[in-house]
Ligand binder design. Sequence first.
Ligand code: ADP
Ligand code: ZN
Length: 758
Amino acid sequence: MTAPASPGPPRLVEVALPLPLLRTFTYAAPDAPRHPLVPGSRVVVPVRQRRAIGICVGESDGAALGDIRPKAILDVPDAEPALAPDLLALCRWIADYHVVPLGLVCRAVLPAALGVAARPAPAGRTERLLVLARELPTLLERDAAFKRAPQQRQLYELLEQLGGRAPVKLLLERLGCTMAVVDGLERRGLARSEQEGRDRDPFASRPAPAAPPLVPSPAQQAAIDAILAGAPGAAFLLHGITGSGKTLVYLRVLEQVVRREGRSAIVLVPEIALTPQAVDRFRAVFGDQVAVLHSGLSDGERLDAWRALRRGDKRIAVGARSAIFAPLADLGAIIVDEEHEASYKQAETPRYHARDVALMRARETGARCVLGSATPSLESWRNAEEGRLARLTLGERAGGGALPAVRVLDLRQELTASTPDEKARRQVLSAPLEALLRDRLAKGEQSILLLNRRGYASFVQCPAGHVASCPDCSISLTYHRTPERLVCHYCQHTEPALKACVECGATMERQRGLGTQQVERLVLERLPQARVARMDVDTTTGKWAHTTILDRVGRGEVDILLGTQMIAKGLDFPNVTLVGVIDADIGINLPDFRASERTFQLLSQVAGRAGRGPKGGEVVIQTRVPGHHAVRHAAAHDFLAFVREELAAREHPPYPPTLRLANVVVSGLDERAVAAFAAQVTDWLIAADTRFGLGVTVLGPAPCPIERIKTRFRWHAILKSGAPAPLTRLLRGLMTGVDVPAAHEMRLVVDRDPVSLL
Ligand code: ADP
Ligand code: ZN
């Protein structure tokens, strides 16, 4: 082994780069890499004239090179691969299934600070803060403490004036002193410094609450036992009504897996900012073991959390959808709370669904997977029926409370009001709902008002509640202005707009939906003494605005919380005794085959917010279609009846879970060019489907219900298939076989298993 080997052909590897090309790139390994070059390693490579960071994904036979000489990898910067084998395999699966470049998936999976992202880590996001650590309440103590350190006293007192917490830089500037003074104060334990992003992370400063010692009910215990007895990789659907104590089941499973078996776990929650209470419960039990991954973290903080998980310093990752990629070894459990939530689907490339990734990762690693919900998605329900998920049920509220009574309030009856103004007002705030709000105000109890607003697609409805819908697709028609018409955006069936209602002859009216501000104004007009807090995208631009508003509700500083669907999630406020849904029809009539399901989920969830305390509660749903199954069954808290009816409706015409769907969206700056390219794409899909005999149904092209987003025009085609494989084949063909025109910033995007077709 001493003779130098003659230089053979270089070792070639495939590298995934975050470029919009559906392929990987071949590079030559360096002769003596700084660190081992293995699948999952980060590599620095030349791309055109620049350097880029990519991921080595395996050895290469050089076939893709042809006559081109491979460029050499410039560096292997890390001692350990950034992606462990199980995560790299997961990336590959996502890239194949969603037909996106592997490099873009790796970028989404790794923290931005690792540089696979094109953008550099933002500088200066964190700063050093000085925090008061010990109080010196009496003058005597103060004189004694600072006898020989007058500058420290100045610093201490300035910090006090500033509320006990201030940036070091600011303190130094104000006092004109040196770092030595800061260090002195710290050394004596009177202050400590913290590294912190400009946005305060409430989970870092929020004290972990004490865990109440709860004894599982027999139903909870049965669920816990079943999950723990599951084989490696087993998956469960925990169907538990709101307030049934699903969290305790999760906690007990984690105690076994993490505490006793010494393994690790992931807990997914829909949106951290909206569920501080849920996150608190995990921190209460596991304290420092928990890494809370949320969108408020700076890139640096996120990298720190990633490293802590990677090293095993923290063994539970709690977070929204991207936490499913937490770099934990030896996974023992993956929990997906509120598994039906649409926010688990990423809205941009790669459009993965965290619930599906969770099932896949659990299967690959042997972790037990628990999907929990009061209103499971129809996909998961079907999976349970067909035995792919084991179903566990919690049918009673933990602690014995009852589900609140729900009253369905027919808005058509409010049309008897005397003046047009009053009529309009009572379509928003009916007389009975107003009376109930007054009653709660008088009793010092709290109310929640929900205005369901989702997307901006508008539909037409007659005063009797009938809605124009497509004869073939059972989807409400979308109103389009130019030219004025109604369009089914599934099949492009078109009708003239605003004609008479086919069922009752009354004039159809365009429904544009109300704004939360309008509702707020109206409520304040009628109930000027009420303290109203509004929670919607406008009032929650700051990262912790949600938490701030919810904390105010929790402290009793708000009488009426008014908001969009963001208020429906996981809240647990015992003093909320009234929940009002302003207009259930807005959700029901969205041009989306999931409109009924989403409405049912939302109504059930929001109804679950009432009556959590001993005072009980009441729910009012305002609607013009009281007979709709989403309304009827939500009012009766009858998930099974809803599912039976809705699953049957998804057979004819067929929609998921009866079949698989993909949405192919074309967008660009020029309307005519977009429509033309959409037609070309559709023709290609139909021809290719015939050529390969795939049996995929291609519908469209049609304008998207939201025709234009941020100056881009949008058209789409919908693909339906009985099985996933033909769809994969067709979509892969499309993304590699059709050239996207260079003009008009044209884009072609595939959304597989879409959660919304807006
Ligand atoms: P879910 O997530 O199913 O809606 P939670 O986990 O939030 O329900 O539990 C609802 C409430 O019931 C919480 O306040 C919780 O502390 C309480 N709870 C849960 N399990 C028990 C139990 N075994 N005994 C008493 N109270 C319980
Ligand atoms: Zn149609």
